[in-house]
Ligand binder design. Structure first.
Ligand code: HSE
Length: 453
């Protein structure tokens, strides 16, 4: 039998870094970290076959050491100090899976300063501190990957940065908070109360540590910030996103939307307009037959309109341990494959090379264009044409106005669909209605989107 007279590189201990296992340090081993550990262990061979090398967890930082040791076993050292993992000489990549924005920022910056590549699913961290983190990573020549930060299981960051790279994106719209979508679906389909549905979402591990982030639209705004930057080549502009959550919704809103043929979804919208980029997260009415209106439970859906590809849509689990792990590990495999590739030849952190980033203005709330749905409580005995005339007096035309079903005769409500207007016109009309003698209480106004349908 032929024998190569020269011992292999592997035998001589000279295996290049790119072919030995990628060594991972985990900060946090809760929902996301635990899921990542499980999937890496279960699919080890399959993942190595794709990465061209193994991926091994070699260090873990966790608050609860005993719990962490139960998850990762005795072979993996566990520490209470995340900075130890960030500086660990045997760690190639730090996975930040602890969440939050304060300490997580310091750990990630420390890891970068030590030349580590970073993977995180922490959308809050990146929406708020992303510019600083990416600048530090560029200066150090390391990658920061974050596929799991947006719509967990859906490779939407990859789709925007790579698959759709030829396109000038015109708009994107997404149901990007699994918890809110789960709650809205439970309320609509099972008549469950808001608090019960939220408790169930928490028990299933969908909700953020502070569920106010989910139900107030903040989590979706974090994700929209990342999507918009990647779609439009603009900086991260979280503070400029117009945010409204589902916590102000009433059953009458959901019913009233349905009566006119719509479903209410917490929708994130980023759209180019000649005056600037519209960036908003709001409970929004979608035609009941629209594809995004079919995204139910904790599922997410994102639609992107590119000038060349047209409309594309992405659907998948929007929350969950292994669903997030799927994206975290995809990032690890990318990094395993990219070892040794110069940073300038890698995909830029936000899809566009920094010198080409465009500081596009964000459209102010008052200038947001669109159609609105209104639910107007009227004094008994009033007529719909009087309401129509009152709104017309303030520049708001109506394409439709009907009485809401299921409201008592003594407390009637009108449901309206406006013509196209800007928010400032509607605000002016709503101020006038607030003191109008025919109007019985606060008017609810929600945007309507048809998304080129
Ligand atoms: N709390 C988030 C959600 C988890 O419900 O979508 C995934 O980012």
């Amino acid at each position: 039998m032929y024998r190569d007279p020269v011992p292999s590189l592997e035998a001589r201990g000279l295996l290049p870094a790119a072919t030995r296992a990628l060594r991972v340090g985990m900060i946090g081993i809760g929902t996301v970290g635990g899921g990542t550990f499980r999937v890496l262990a279960r699919n080890q061979r399959h993942i190595a076959a794709r990465a061209g090398r193994g991926i091994e967890i070699v260090a873990v930082a966790a608050r609860d050491l005993a719990r962490a040791a139960r998850i990762v076993g005795a072979a993996v050292p566990v520490t209470a100090d995340p900075f130890e993992v960030a500086a660990h000489p045997e760690v190639d990549v730090v996975v930040e899976a602890a969440g939050g924005t304060g300490p997580a920022r310091d750990w990630v910056l420390a890891a970068i300063a030590h030349g580590k590549r970073v993977v995180t699913a922490n959308k809050a961290l990146l929406a708020v501190h992303g510019e600083e983190i990416f600048a530090a990573a560029r200066a150090r020549g390391v990658a920061v990957a974050y596929e799991g930060a947006v719509a967990v299981s859906i490779p939407i960051v990859k789709a925007l940065r790579e698959g759709l790279v030829a396109n000038r994106v015109e708009w994107l719209a997404g149901i990007i908070n699994g918890t809110s979508n789960f709650i809205l679906s439970k309320m609509r389909d099972e008549g469950m109360g808001f608090a019960d549905a939220l408790r169930e979402a928490q028990a299933l591990g969908y909700a953020e540590a502070d569920p106010a982030f989910d139900v107030q639209g903040i989590d979706a705004a974090h994700k929209l910030t990342l999507l918009a930057a990647n779609a439009f080549g603009m900086p991260l502009r979280f503070a400029d996103v117009q945010v409204e959550g589902i916590d102000g919704l009433e059953a009458a809103d959901v019913r009233g939307a349905e009566q006119l043929g719509f479903r209410v979804k917490l929708l994130g919208v980023a759209r180019r307009t000649p005056e600037g980029v519209e960036l908003r997260v709001q409970p929004t009415l979608l035609p009941a037959t629209h594809l995004l209106a079919q995204v139910n439970g904790s599922m997410n859906g994102v639609m992107v309109k590119g000038d060349a590809a047209g409309v594309t849509m992405y659907y998948g689990a929007g929350a969950g341990a292994e669903q997030t792990a799927s994206a975290v590990i995809a990032d690890l495999v990318d990094l395993a494959r990219l070892e040794g590739v110069p940073p300038a030849q890698q995909v830029p952190h936000l899809g566009v090379h920094p010198h080409a980033t465009e500081a596009l203005p964000v459209l102010p709330r008052a200038a947001a264009p669109g159609v609105r749905w209104l639910r107007v409580p009227l004094v008994a005995g009033q007529r719909l044409d009087a309401l129509q005339a009152a709104l017309a007096g303030h520049g708001v035309s109506l394409q439709r106005v009907v009485w809401a079903d299921h409201t008592p005769a003594a407390a009637p409500e009108a449901l309206c669909l406006t013509g196209l207007l800007v928010q400032a016109t509607l605000d002016d009309a709503l101020r006038a209605l607030a003191t109008h003698p025919a109007v019985r209480g606060p008017v609810k106004a929600l945007p309507v989107e048809t998304l080129d349908a």
